[in-house]
Design a protein around this ligand. Sequence first.
Ligand code: IMP
Ligand code: MG
Length: 180
Amino acid sequence: MHEDVTRVLFTEDEIAERVKELGAQISKDYAGKKLLLITVLRGAFIFMADLIRSIDIDVEVDFMAVSSYGTEAKSSGIVRIIKDLDTSVEGRDVLIVEDVLDSGLTLKYLSKNMKSRKPQSLEVVTLLLKEGKQETDYVCKYVGFVCEDEFVVGYGLDYAEKFRNLPYIGVLASEVYTRQ
Ligand code: IMP
Ligand code: MG
């Protein structure tokens, strides 16, 4: 385990198993449709890469980058589009792939933005949902894992751009925030 991680929340195997289940469910729900997966960079890139390989219907992918956190571990509530989609979502069945649903402000903003582009349908799959943290009534259709309000890293999730390469999801030691 990394020295800055206090505890492993979800192991590599647990994540793989859950991602397979999500992929199977999504394949079933979207059977016969042409699904467009939109990944929110950068945190969701590993989740997306694994998820599409467990989906067995035709899918297209596109990427978007938003920023809601600087290098700090709490939500600013301000969402900025850094990179927009290359694909038109009009009339498409769109599934947004997110890493963490925390306050929900990022997804609230994104879903409003996407809806204005007139997709056929719009849903969200989030790898993690922080229990009791949501400040909006935003409901996410697919959730990988529910976790407590702790700052987590690994499997694509970062703190100040570090730790994305850990194969598991772990709780970041609080000393790491104060060290800087
Ligand atoms: P929200 O707008 O508060 O829901 O924040 C969502 C975004 O904040 C996520 O997409 C993540 O990029 C980031 N985030 C929230 N919690 C964590 C965490 O525990 N670790 C890493 N990133 C997080
Ligand atoms: Mg994110």
